[in-house]
Design a protein. Structure first.
Length: 419
């Protein structure tokens, strides 16, 4: 029978230990990037990693500690508090005496309250610790301004399918930490299916792969493990079944969470409040993060309603804030109110299409010069060069002046057709 002989999940065992093995996030740790240079020069600032689940926040923090030879201390903001912080600071001071830096990694730092975040400030300022906070939420809203101003924010992006494919293949090859000794048979198409269904989350991909490997062997896919073994066969059906056990699927039919949010979005767009309520309930009852739903409503309010009812954005933002205040299960009715409101609103996607057209012009024409008459002219030289010349101050003309505000190449362009 198949036996992995490992106690920790595959996703944990396969964490890269050096930057060269860390896939994705070249924008922040690629060659010549500031964070990579800070790591190489052992001149780390305190920082916040903001990114979706499975994008590598925890892994990158481990790599940084390893490559800078710093003492790595970690706890979760959900289960740890001020008492834990005091112990960390005590240990950090001891490390400092031994000329050793201390990295404190706080997962889900957005869940710490004001007092807890404020307690970090003096230790970050003095350099007693190098703070690395990880969050899936916008730190502008969830991290105290005083603490945020003392940290550098790095945005980690969702991993692409090709990067997930590489991570899966690495786990299949690795004989020490991965599944290499199991001689697993899996087609390229199945690997790509797993990568696609993982929705950019490397942890999900590896956990599902491990479950699928165990499940396949347990059904008689292989009784032999080792270099000479036939190996278990992982099929597309096995992968789909494994995903039904994961949080990405909401029901026994195996529909992914992004299909459900798509259904909610389209029902609201089609003004079907009853269908929208159903899809909302499917998500909430399955344990979806209410703030994720609320964020999608904020987007919908501008993308699909826009100027047809400018109060929709206020309703969506208020729903997000209310969900943040009280959480589940009480916030279910708040989401319901917002969803029904969005469904019943008059719709207009003029803002959405207008912005896309403006952005297309930016990409096509590049940095077109600002017309001289609407440029700011704070100095005499700039005035002499014609900056601000012949500009018509709108209040002086009862806001009826005839004046061009677009670059010469775009003169007369209309993005908003109905307003």
């Amino acid at each position: 029978m198949l036996s992995l002989n490992k106690t920790s999940p595959l996703a944990d065992r396969m964490r890269p230990e050096i930057l060269e093995d860390f896939l994705g996030q070249d924008e922040i740790v690629g060659k010549g990037k500031m964070l990579r240079q800070a790591i190489a020069g052992d001149s780390l600032p305190s920082m916040i990693f903001w990114g979706p689940p499975g994008s590598g926040k925890t892994t990158l923090a481990h790599i940084i500690a390893r490559e800078t030879k710093a003492k790595f201390l970690q706890f979760s903001a959900v289960t740890s508090g001020l008492r834990d912080l005091k112990e960390v600071i005590k240990q950090a001071r001891t490390n400092a005496v031994e000329d050793k830096k201390t990295i404190l990694f706080i997962d889900e730092i957005h869940r710490w309250n004001k007092a807890q975040q404020d307690a970090l400030l003096p230790h970050v300022e003095r350099g007693t610790i190098i703070l690395i906070g990880a969050t899936t939420e916008n730190p502008s809203f969830e991290v105290r301004g005083a603490l945020l101003s003392r940290c550098r924010v790095f945005v980690l992006k969702q991993l692409g399918a090709e990067q997930i494919v590489k991570i899966i293949k690495r786990a299949l090859r690795d004989e020490e930490r991965g599944l290499g000794k199991l001689n697993i048979k899996i087609d390229e198409a199945v690997i790509r299916l797993l990568a696609q269904m993982s929705n950019g989350d490397a942890r999900v991909a590896l956990n599902v792969l491990e479950y699928a490997a165990i499940s396949s062997a347990g059904r008689g896919g292989s009784e032999v493990v080792g270099e000479a073994g036939a190996g278990a066969m992982i099929t597309a059906e096995t992968i789909k079944e494994a995903f039904q056990k994961s949080y990405l699927f909401y029901d026994k039919d195996g529909e992914e969470h992004y299909n459900i949010i798509s259904a909610l979005h389209k029902a609201m767009r089609g003004s079907d409040a009853d269908a929208a309520l159903y899809w909302l309930a499917r998500m909430v009852e399955a344990g979806e993060d209410p703030l994720y739903i609320a964020r999608r409503l904020v987007r919908f309010a501008s993308e699909d309603i826009g100027l047809a009812n400018s109060r929709a954005l206020e309703q969506a933002v208020a729903a997000y804030q209310a969900c943040h205040f009280i959480g589940l299960p009480e916030c279910n009715v708040i989401l319901a109110q917002a969803v029904v409101y969005m469904s019943k609103c008059q719709k207009s996607n003029d803002l959405y299409t207008a912005y896309n057209q403006a952005a297309a012009d930016v990409r096509e024409y590049g940095n077109l010069p600002v017309p001289l008459h609407i440029r700011n002219a704070p100095t005499k030289l700039m005035k002499d060069l014609g900056y601000g010349k012949d500009y018509k101050y709108s209040p002086d003309h009862d806001y009826k002046e005839k004046q061009e505000y677009l670059p010469e190449k775009l003169r007369g362009r209309k993005y908003l057709k109905n307003f």
